[in-house]
Design a protein. Structure first.
Length: 279
């Protein structure tokens, strides 16, 4: 199109030049006088040239704009908003929002899911294997922890038991932490062993290959004492009044009763993780 218009412009220019240089018929000499400007200098022909230039410029502009129009259409297509997600569970009914957001046991590098429990609680004993199975398939961006809640003196002893076993496992002195954890529940809820004395807990640890020396060092260690203080503080911050309960990201608290059922509890947890950006 541009080439055609340029050709037209050329024809206009050639015509103008042709009119300017057209030979005149011989005439008799006349006295020199003011003469009219040659035809090429007439304003009509200048207007013709200017109009032709304007047509060329407008055509070039149209050609340059066409790809832009196409790009705009494509951009508009890409900006179509995704449909909003429909949430199944509701704040105030299935979970409680903690305001402000509270600290977590392990820090903010991952999304933390904390099971708040007591070894002596029969409902915690029932929930624990289901929680363990759910935890086996969590995303790497999620950290699963258990936090023993200290409601009374026996719960305090059991919290110290929990963190002692955790430290022994971290030091390689307790080979199978999960088996030991399950054994504690079994002693309490199947065998009737209340595990209220240090000696009874030490004997249980010995069944799992822990020496008396290693056990006592861990039991009386600063890390265990520090973890117990942190657990008590987090229980207070999370507003834990009954167990079992689950806290997600230090922001949300739920339990089986609020969720509606055991299956719904894990549905609520999964949805809260999604709210935190986990796909």
């Amino acid at each position: 199109m541009k080439q055609v218009l340029i050709l037209l412009l050329s024809l206009f220019l050639v015509a103008a030049c042709g009119q300017k240089e057209e030979p005149q018929a011989p005439v008799e000499e006349q006295p020199v006088a003011e003469t009219e400007a040659p035809a090429a200098d007439e304003p009509v022909e200048e207007e013709v040239v200017e109009e032709a230039l304007e047509v060329v410029e407008e055509s070039a502009a149209v050609e340059e704009e066409e790809p832009a129009d196409e790009a705009i259409v494509l951009a508009m297509a890409d900006e179509t908003p995704a449909p909003a997600r429909e949430w199944q569970y509701a704040e105030g009914r299935n979970y409680t929002r903690l305001v402000p957001t509270q600290p977590t046991m392990g820090g903010a590098d991952k999304i933390e899911v904390a099971e708040m429990f007591m070894y002596s609680c029969p409902h915690c004993y029932t929930l624990d294997p289901h929680f363990s199975r759910w935890a086996e398939n969590v995303d790497p961006a999620v950290r699963v922890v258990r936090i023993p809640v200290i409601f009374n003196r026996i719960a305090q002893v059991h919290a110290q038991l929990y963190f002692t076993a955790e430290l022994l496992a971290a030091n390689g002195q307790l080979a199978d932490w999960d088996a030991f954890h399950n054994a504690v529940f079994a002693e309490l809820h199947q065998r009737g062993n209340r595990l209220t004395s240090v000696d009874s807990i030490e004997r249980l640890a010995a069944r799992f290959g822990v020496s008396a020396d290693d056990f006592n060092k861990a039991w009386n260690s600063f890390p265990v004492n520090q973890k117990m203080r942190l657990a008590a503080d987090l229980s207070r911050r999370y507003g834990i009044e009954s167990v079992p309960a689950v806290v997600v990201a230090g922001k949300y608290r739920t339990n089986v009763s609020d969720a509606g059922s055991l299956d719904d509890l894990f549905g609520v947890i999964d949805e809260l993780l999604a709210r935190e950006g986990l796909n």
